[in-house]
Each structure stands twice: as structure tokens, then as C-alpha cells.
Design a binder for this molecule. Structure first.
Ligand SMILES: Nc1ncnc2c1ncn2[C@@H]1O[C@H](COP(=O)(O)OP(=O)(O)OP(=O)(O)O)[C@@H](O)[C@H]1O
Length: 270
């Protein structure tokens, strides 16, 4: 049967999360479609990181259903969880690279853990990913402590991509970066999505990243998803839970820049 409905790669239904008496998620419902960049935004403490941890099997909600790549996470066996983890990549906010390993060894680590490959093959595949994220070949021999913040993010992204995931999770991918490095990450995420057909789920406060990269954005507030739409659709809403992301000078500057970039792109000869 053919259908025009986009395939759902991640789904949360009626998810409830509590820490003691504190109810963080009252009723979370969302669906991420294949090949889209889906962002989750919300004020501090609204439960974005907790939501991400639930999606990547680091935490279990108190109630509700989560399906990732067609797999129901409720009562998932250890073997099924191991198999599923190899189908998605995660870029953690702090990067999570091992300081005692070179960049190439860090990138190759998931291959050594999960694939039966020789050292040369592992190094070759890791070097491929190093290039794919825009890092020079000489960076391979460096240690994480020798890299800038932007380079660290790229190296960590290369490691998240090395098992050729279908789904990529990004936790604040531009946090702590200067504006130029952050803009480089925006472009990189866009390019990777285009070339690899990845589905991306990201948490970010970065308005430029949201305007430039996100296809759809879910706004989290008061334990629920208040709205889901493109940034342009959300910007047109008057809901008081949504306005803070679009009012104020920084929000307006990011929207204006996005509008300018779109005009530039559409006026370029094809
Ligand atoms: N392990 C935990 N034990 C107790 N409370 C927790 C735990 N993890 C998170 N919380 C609480 O749950 C709420 C949501 O936390 P979470 O880190 O998911 O929010 P967030 O939206 O990602 O915040 P921020 O944008 O500030 O990072 C917070 O009130 C936090 O204190």
C-alpha cells in the first residue's frame, strides 16, 4: 500500500515523568518524521533533557509509550536495547570524548565495540567521518584537550556518526561556542541531513540554529507539548507559552537573519 503520510521514526504518547512529588512531564505527545530535523525547546527545567534521556534509553518514564525506529521501549530486553542503540547516534552536550584517546581512536571506538573489523578498517572509517565533519586529517592524532570547542563538537559528532545511524540526537550542539563556530555547526548539521538523509532530534536554546536548521519545533511548557510547527508557524502564534521564544531583540535578530538567508539562497542561480 502506498501512502503520502511521512514515516514516523520516533513517537511519544501520553508520557508522564515524575521525580518524587515533582511531575516534570504530565502528558507528552509527539511524533518525529523520517528525514526531518525536529527540535525541542522550552524554558529551563521544563524537562527537555529528561525527554531526550527517555528517547535514548537512559531513563524510563513513569507512564506512557515511546517507540524509537519501530521499537517499543517498554520492557525492552537488554539485547534489543543494545541493537537499537547501534541504530542511533548521540552528541552529548559535553561531547563525551575520552581524554586519554586520540581523536581518531575516539571516533573509532564504537566500531571496535560493535563491529568485527581490523584496526586498519576501523582507522579508515574513522578518518572518513573525520573528513565528513570538516576536520583536517592532522586532527586525527591530536587529543581532545588540544582542540577548540567547535572542533570538539565536530569530533564528537564524527563519533556519533561512525556506525552510520538512522537517527541522530543532538543535545545543545552549539552551547558554549562562539557565534562563528556555532554557525559552522548549523551548516554542518544541514549538510549531513542532506547527504546522509538523517533524522535529527535536537534540544537547543540557539535561535539561529532553530531558524536555520529545524524543520519542526516542539514547545515544551507546563509538562506538555504546547505546540509543534515550523519556526515561522510558531512565530505567528499568540500563545503566551510560545511568545517568549519570538519576542525580544535576540529572537527578532535570528528571525531576520533566517529571512535574509532564505532570500539569498532563493536568488542564487541554480
Ligand atoms: N535525576 C533527577 N532527580 C530529581 N530531579 C530531577 C532529575 N533529573 C531532572 N530532575 C528535575 O526535572 C526537571 C527537568 O529537568 P531537565 O534537566 O529535564 O530540564 P531541562 O528542560 O533540560 O532544563 P535546562 O534547559 O535548564 O537544561 C528539573 O526540575 C530537574 O531538577
Amino acid at each position: 500500500m502506498t501512502t503520502d503520510t511521512p514515516e514516523t521514526v520516533l513517537e511519544m504518547q501520553q508520557v508522564v515523568t515524575r521525580f518524587g512529588q515533582h511531575v516534570v512531564h504530565k502528558d507528552i505527545n509527539l511524533a518525529v518524521r523520517r528525514a526531518e530535523v525536529f527540535a525541542v525547546i522550552g524554558g529551563s527545567g521544563t524537562g527537555k533533557s529528561t525527554l531526550l534521556r527517555e528517547m535514548i534509553l537512559l531513563q524510563t518514564p513513569n507512564a506512557g509509550h515511546i517507540r524509537v525506529l519501530g521499537v517499543d521501549l517498554a520492557n525492552i530486553s537488554d539485547a534489543a536495547a543494545l541493537a537499537l542503540r547501534q541504530r542511533f547516534g548521540v552528541l552529548f552536550q559535553q561531547g563525551g570524548l575520552f581524554g586519554s584517546l586520540t581523536v581518531l581512536e575516539n571516533i573509532g571506538l564504537p566500531l571496535r565495540e560493535h563491529r568485527q573489523l581490523g584496526n586498519r578498517e576501523v582507522d579508515a572509517l574513522a578518518a572518513e567521518k573525520l573528513a565528513a565533519v570538516g576536520l583536517a586529517a592532522s586532527v586525527a592524532r591530536q587529543y581532545p584537550s588540544e582542540l577548540s570547542g567547535g572542533m570538539l563538537k565536530r569530533a564528537a559528532l564524527a563519533r556519533a556518526l561512525v556506525l552510520e545511524p538512522e537517527l541522530l540526537f543532538l543535545d545543545e550542539p552549539t552551547a558554549g561556542l562562539d557565534p562563528q563556530s556555532a554557525a559552522g555547526i548549523d551548516e554542518l548539521v544541514l549538510r549531513l541531513c542532506d547527504t546522509l538523509g538523517l533524522t535529527v532530534v535536537m534540544i537547543t536554546h540557539d535561535l539561529d540554529l532553530l531558524w536555520q536548521v529545524a524543520d519542526r519545533v516542539a514547545v515544551l511548557a507546563d509538562g506538555r507539548v504546547q505546540a509543534i510547527g515550523s519556526m515561522a508557524e510558531l512565530a505567528a502564534m499568540s500563545d503566551p507559552a510560545i511568545r517568549p521564544f519570538f519576542d525580544g531583540p535576540r529572537a527578532r535578530a535570528a528571525a531576520a537573519q533566517a529571512c535574509f538567508t532564505r532570500q539569498e539562497t532563493s536568488s542564487k542561480p541554480k
